[in-house]
Design a protein. Sequence first.
Length: 560
Amino acid sequence: MLTLRRGEQLRARLHALCRRCLSAKTQAKTLANTADDVEYSAEPEYPEIRDLSFKARKQQLAVDWHNEIRAVPTVEEKMIKLNMPRYYGYKVVDLTDNLVPYNALPLTQHYTRTVLEQQPATVEEDAKLDALVKATREDVIEALEYAHDLYKHQLSLLDTQPDAVQRERQLTLIILEQVNRAVLQALSADFAHLQDVEIDYNPRHEAFWAVGGVDPPKNVVKSKQGNEWQKDQAHDSVDRLVQYTGEPYLALRHRHQLPNWRTAEESNNLTLAKQLPRYKFDARTLGYCTKYQHAVNVPGYWPSANAPNFGLLSFQSRAHLQLRPKTYGEEDQLEALHALAIQSSYAWLLAQANYNGFNTYNELTYPLNTQTVITNGREWSFYAYQLNTLLVHGAHVDENPVVNFCRGTAPLPLYGEISEAGKCVDFNEATLRQLLAQYSNVPSIQRSPAELLPYVRDATLRRAADYENGEQREFLERTFKHLASKRPRHLELPEIYMWEKLYKIDNPTRSMEPRRRFFELNINPWRRTLDQHDKEYVPRVVRPGGKKNREGRYKKTYYP
């Protein structure tokens, strides 16, 4: 009886407390509604109904992560955030400017969402351009003759002769340096933007992005088929991560953007997007390789508020085409040039977009343009590229209506040959017109800081160098450049040895042996995040707060 009475007393007290809480909440709500003079809404307001299926929850997690990247304040931190899920890096398709396999154009168009157009081999009649051709013709011919003489002199100083690819690269580099010098000297007086260009010699052009619409590998299909809740999704397309690495001969940058040659209405065309080639097979079927590394975006320079951030013109090599069998035919060689122009232009613009706060998961808010030349010194191919969208991952590969555009020419000869007397023979003025038209294309688009960096909205905090905390600046700079250096970790990725595969996994015959290996402890090393490491120890002598401050034993980290 005493127990029942005590229980009734406790229940009475709980009811009294609940009534007090409810009355307090009711009063607070009444006051708030009175302040707003609105107690009821005209339309019924229901909470959002979410799809709680496994696939929908995975998609929502991805969207939340993309929003977290967008919310990170500085450019360097956004790129560090992109690498946070993987301590040992991602498995990426290795695209380079030294390898273009057979039939690579459909894959390149799919991976970059690019529509290829044919550009006329002749430039429209322009009296000013005709005058420029006449003014620069002799200077360019002299530059070509000097480049060949210098190349022969350099070859005579070598003990061993380089192979054909190295010889072409060396000759092309000398020709481009001399032609670029001659053209800049001749045009700088009439085109003021050429006086402000920044010239990069053999710069690093690297870019990372995700591509959707690719068939899953066999191990992924087998893994999903082994789970009851994923069986129906075993053959769904997956995303492929891509890393481009290139090193052009020259790259010219300017602080303003090139004008757009495609309108927003032309770029936003779902019908045109659905007509793009789809390459659903693994990229290794064409001859590309895969590797493990961190996501790197470098457009040839480090992030800076005052650097010329927009590409004007880049010169790419075509020396590797000598290694392609002639049985591929001339049509495939032309497609290889188009594929190289598309991937190099897309990667350079994507890296520039990363320095403005965008990335493969956060869409562009304005187009970016550049010009590309692929040459061996004698034959020149001219391209123009407009980057309108970066969303190629997941369902965007089918649903995104925006496409990128590339237009280019077939190879055009600049000259026939250099005679034994060192004179230029059969000089082609039409090719020179194309080159001068690209140099004289004036970057005219200027944007305000708010429009230029829409996802970096704090005017006083755009780069890591803007932080007032010196320790935080140093940490972010060191971490960002360490990731960009692509150095391996000091401890290699844990490996399952063959005898362990045989006697511990496939045939568990060593039951008496202690379980110490990572696969025995159910540890997946690929799930290790970037911030899972031992912190740097601070000696007592230099420890802030004195020797007895135990909280300051380790240096702080500032991961986003």
